[in-house]
Ligand binder design. Structure first.
Ligand code: PYC
Length: 315
């Protein structure tokens, strides 16, 4: 299987160039469900150790079903497919440009949650116009075992997020283990409380927010992804959910810039325009770099052909 790796603001993407599973045609959401149902071994084998690591997000290129799209793409992490992925969209656009498959300018890409538009500004800089992002609930109070009360908002940015300012430690690199453990507890509490998005959608990303460390940004975050790894980037869909909350609170006007900083200090620049359904259409700008091109080998005698599953990865 041929893959090409990149990172966006520190967060890795592994694009499958050749050798991925055949998912047929039809709506991308159905093809993503097929990937989850029939090819979980593939997603883990490609991403997890010993061939990768659990922070990696895979990008499987598929024929689009929507018109005028350069490609369809299904993103997945070790826990399964993602609705959308901001960092991986930037990584995919930079990788497609690296391969000579797209040139500078605007292109449409289909994802399981809708069509997004990428504008390739230069070889590394991409703006992603995301799907409409909305806040569903404000100030939800949860009682967390070992943490006490935590209050936060539930918002959609292409994936579902619980965003809270109530981290018990500073959003410092040195505190990643504590932040991860606390975010896992919050996620478990959301499940216990039966709190979901529409149709029972799992709120599977937890985002701690705080004032920035850098003088050129407006906020810092720590985002826990569904596989249990943290996002090294400011998380494109998480930043979109944050914009939806800022807009709903009247704190950020259309066209105004919000610079979002990640737990490692990398940044995205964001703006929005009003959406058609009361939410916001965010534009997320960031940079990606291609880091390698690899042929992955799968030997049937290899006891770890399917990857080493970390204990915290959910089935
Ligand atoms: O950038 O949207 C994102 C993302 C989601 C999970 C990891 N990165």
């Amino acid at each position: 299987m041929h893959v090409i790796d990149s990172h966006t603001a520190g967060e890795p993407t592994r694009l499958i160039l050749e050798g991925g599973p055949e998912l047929g045609m039809g709506p991308l959401a159905e093809r993503a469900a097929r990937l989850a149902r029939a090819h979980a071994d593939f997603t883990r084998a490609v991403l997890l150790e010993p061939r990768g690591h659990d922070a990696m997000v895979g990008a499987l290129l598929v024929p689009p079903s929507a018109q005028d799209c350069v490609t369809g793409v299904i993103y997945f992490n070790p826990a399964g497919p993602l609705g959308m992925c901001g960092h991986a969209t930037i990584g995919t656009a930079v990788t497609l440009a690296h391969l000579g498959r797209i040139t500078s300018g605007r292109h449409r890409i289909e994802t399981p949650v809708g069509v997004v538009a990428v504008t390739l500004q230069d070889a590394h800089t991409v703006s992603v116009e995301n799907v409409e992002s909305t806040r569903l609930y404000k100030d939800v109070r949860l009682e967390i075992d070992g943490l006490g009360p935590v209050t936060g908002d539930v918002a959609w940015g292409g994936n579902w997020f619980f965003l809270t300012k109530d981290a018990r430690v500073a959003l410092d690199f040195a505190n990643i283990a504590v932040l991860t453990a606390d975010a896992l507890r919050i996620r478990a509490a959301l499940e216990t409380a039966g709190l979901t998005g529409p149709g029972g959608a799992v709120i599977d990303h937890i985002e701690f927010t705080a004032p920035p460390h850098r003088t050129d940004s407006h906020g810092r975050n720590f985002v826990l992804c569904p596989g249990g790894a943290y996002d090294r980037s400011p998380c494109g869909t998480g930043s979109s959910a944050k914009l939806a909350c800022l807009a709903a609170d009247g704190v950020l006007a259309p066209g105004e810039t919000w610079v979002q900083e990640s737990i490692i200090g990398s940044t995205y620049s964001l703006t929005y325009r009003p959406g058609d359904h009361g939410g916001v259409i965010p534009t997320v700008t960031g940079q990606a770099f291609v880091t390698g091109r690899t042929e992955l080998l799968f030997d049937p005698r290899d006891p770890y052909i399917g990857g080493i599953r970390p204990a915290r990865t959910r089935a």
